[in-house]
Ligand binder design. Sequence first.
Ligand SMILES: [Zn+2]
Length: 493
Amino acid sequence: MRIGVASFSHETCTFCPNITTLQDWDAGGMLYGADALDTEGQGEGYITGYKEAAEEEGAELVGILVARGPRTVGMGSWLTTEAFEVISTRIVEGIKKEMPLDGVLLALHGAMAVTNVPRPEAELCRRVRKIVGKIPIMVTLDLHANEDIELLNTVDGVFILKTYPHLDGHEISKIAAKCMISTIKGDFKPVMAVRKPGVISASVYQASEYYPMKEVYARCREWEKKGIYCASVAPGFAYADVPDAGASVFVVANGDHALAESCAQDISDLIWSLREALTRPLPRAKEGVAQVKKMVIEGTKPIVIAYHDDRLGDGTHVFKELLEQGARNFCTTSIADPKVLNILDMEHQVGDIVTVTIGGWVHPISGPPVTVTGRIEWLGPADWVETGPMGRGAVRHEDLVASLDLGDNRHVVISKRLRAPMSADPLKAIGLNVDSFEIVEIKSRVHHKAYWDTWSAVDFPIDPPGTTPADLSTLKYENLPWDLYPIGKKWRK
Ligand SMILES: [Zn+2]
């Protein structure tokens, strides 16, 4: 039994300024053949899940291609048509060379946006289908996938992460691969149902362990106890302006199509009923930092500020407020500024007192550059093994990162690109005394909570101007369905 494996994943922020090119993807790295299946030092993920299932069931995986992801400073915008065409062709040609295969597993994301290609994941699957004929194709997707019936029409199984923070890449892939193997053996007859509930929401509201999504995932698990093989919900990625945006429900059952349809409809109705809970106003930078300072003074600490909408990495809004409002004992964990970092590296060393102007260079929405004077406390590479729940066991390396001590136990980390510490490890790796902080500012929405909720008294999301705001009505969409709640034309006041 030979199963081809490929991965081509991107969460495209079409409101971010810089397009994502083939060169960016190639710089990030392409793994072919056996290398595509080598997961040494990466922690658990989609591919390790496929591998474990294959080992348990005695199937052979055939590595086709794993695109490791484009090398960009922050999130990339629209993929060029060329990037999609060339990488898709590499996958299709790789599969062609390995035929005959008994099945194909594709680890995709679902929120890729490509110029001239309205539904890139479905398009890729259609191209694979043309090559492989009737053998099963099954895909795993991120919980931020934007998909619809076109994907269902092309593949035999769709399996979406069940957790946000995403902790189950390995598990969902195992579920998918086991389904694939049972299908090839003839023990499983995959049937699917799909629904689009018609609701779009910002990522910051989608944590799976909190209301309202907690209710939705609990309902999925109930259906799985009632005979559904896998009930998946993707609340979706709102910052890709694509025609299949918004939440989706994908249900896989063994032969019982009516059951799959009932399940999908029930979950879709539940999501629709929770639509208002999927938005709530968040404070802007000035009032948010003021509230955090007040809580700290009153004894609620430490606090994590989730600066949720800086997807470019150069955002300064929260850092600026922390400085201006006289906060102490804080760490701003990342301002991306490769230029300043290179100057520090060439002209300075640890211990030097420097004045630098950082951030606010990618796009005006990131806020103004901020000038600070401080002592260089770290300047060089950072290496660590992730011990937090996100990517546990992964060997991490950054070739250059700096930390400045600004006095009063105030610290700012300058990085090459957007850096969101998923645990204390990336901060400890550069010598920071994490437990001395009252406030830690992290440019993340939900993933960081897997670790940082165990450290902080409060997780406090702040909504400064940014490319991916909580209030979606401030974005200029062009491709959404007219009836998508709450921002399709039908709902706009
Ligand atoms: Zn995601």
